[in-house]
Write a protein that binds this ligand. Structure first.
Ligand code: HPA
Ligand code: ZN
Length: 352
């Protein structure tokens, strides 16, 4: 257990973390649907949920592994029907993220969760994209949208989804892979990812969350990903760690998610500090904040406390995220300059 910080020092650290300019790179927009909005959309769309109240919804969020979460998460997403619903959910996230100092976000969406219920691909992508545009104009937040294939479904279904996405290529920066990991290795989607890359998409994939290091190798070698989502199990394979370090392949780590889904028994057991000490480009993200009990600042504060991370480690996590973002060299530099400005002002005037 870390030594308890004195409350004044801890409050100063929390302020420092909240104010840090941030990039969030691992955020499922359907996982930002807070119970309040879920109930409102269910009412608006005449959809019945197995919950009567916000408390009942929150009580249901006691997960034992990834699958136990996914079952509830897909059900929650069933309240999203109209373009406006996708807009409202995305806008709510962007406003929340702005309060957390997020300057740039790359968010995932799961079109198959909606198209399989008869919702048009266009409805989903247009609603999310309109909110992202408003985020750029009204909040000054840059963003990118990543289409995730559901890996528990077939490669044929993923290819059909990619084809549906092609007319909307200008609204998407990358494709990714999420949902039930174990039993669905990256190789299953080799052809879809080949096609996506030929169409000009960047690629990412969830790997090494519950799945073994081999899935991280597969994501790198077969899917040719630019980042690994989660990736915490890489430490089981020293050769893989070497590869990730040498290539500066970013890992989008989600500490509160990992504890909620029992990847680690508690935050004190989380290997984030170890990943940083190994010289890996680790970042901290919220994954599904409405389900896992915290947004990006909450994740950073919780992990800082649990692992006694110092200010330099927190600063490095923030730098890593801008380095790992799908931004031009110039855009990255602008954000990194803003971050260094914040750090120098803070160390000159802020509490130690
Ligand atoms: N892992 C896999 N699939 C997901 C996750 C996750 O953490 N969140 C939403 N879909
Ligand atoms: Zn995820």
């Amino acid at each position: 257990m870390p030594a308890p910080a004195n409350p004044v020092q801890q409050a100063a650290m929390t302020d420092f973390i909240r104010g840090l300019p941030k990039a969030e790179l691992h955020l499922h927009i359907e996982g930002s649907l807070e119970p309040e909005l879920m109930l409102e959309l269910a009412r608006r769309n005449g959809i019945s949920l197995p919950y009567q109240s916000i408390e009942e919804i929150r009580r249901a969020y006691a997960f034992t592994n990834l699958q136990s979460f996914l079952d509830i998460y897909y059900r929650g997403a069933g309240v999203l029907v109209h373009e406006r619903d996708f807009y409202d959910m995305t806008w709510a996230y962007l406003k929340r993220a702005q309060a957390d100092g997020v300057r740039h976000v790359e968010l995932f969406f799961d079109p198959q969760t909606h198209t399989d219920r008869g919702i048009a691909f266009e409805t989903v992508v247009t609603g999310i994209d309109r909110a992202l545009q408003d985020g750029r104009e009204q909040l000054g937040m840059s963003s990118g949208l990543i289409l995730c294939f559901l890996r528990h479904l077939s490669a044929t279904a993923a290819m059909e989804t990619l084809e549906q996405a092609l007319p909307f290529k200008d609204k998407l920066i990358a494709v990714g892979l999420d949902s039930s990991e174990v039993g669905h290795p990256p190789e299953k989607f080799a052809e879809v990812f080949d096609r996506a890359r030929r169409e000009g998409f960047l690629t990412v994939a969830h790997a090494g969350e519950e799945g073994p290091p081999e899935y991280i190798w597969g994501a790198l070698d077969v899917l040719k990903v630019s980042r690994i989502d989660h990736g915490v199990r890489c430490v089981e394979d020293p050769r893989l760690v070497q590869r990730l370090r040498a290539g500066r392949v970013p890992l989008t780590v989600c500490p509160l998610s990992n504890v909620k889904l029992c990847v680690f028994s508690c935050l004190e057991e989380h290997n984030l500090k170890h990943l940083l000490n190994l010289g890996l480009c680790a970042t901290v993200n919220s994954d599904d904040p409405a389900y896992f009990g915290g947004y990006i600042t909450d994740n950073l504060v919780a992990v800082q406390q649990a692992l006694s991370l110092d200010r330099e480690s927190i600063s490095q996590l923030a730098r890593n995220a801008f380095e790992a973002a799908f931004l031009s060299r110039e855009q990255k530099q602008t954000y990194l300059d803003e971050l260094e400005q914040y750090l120098s002002t803070y160390s000159a005037f802020g509490p130690r």
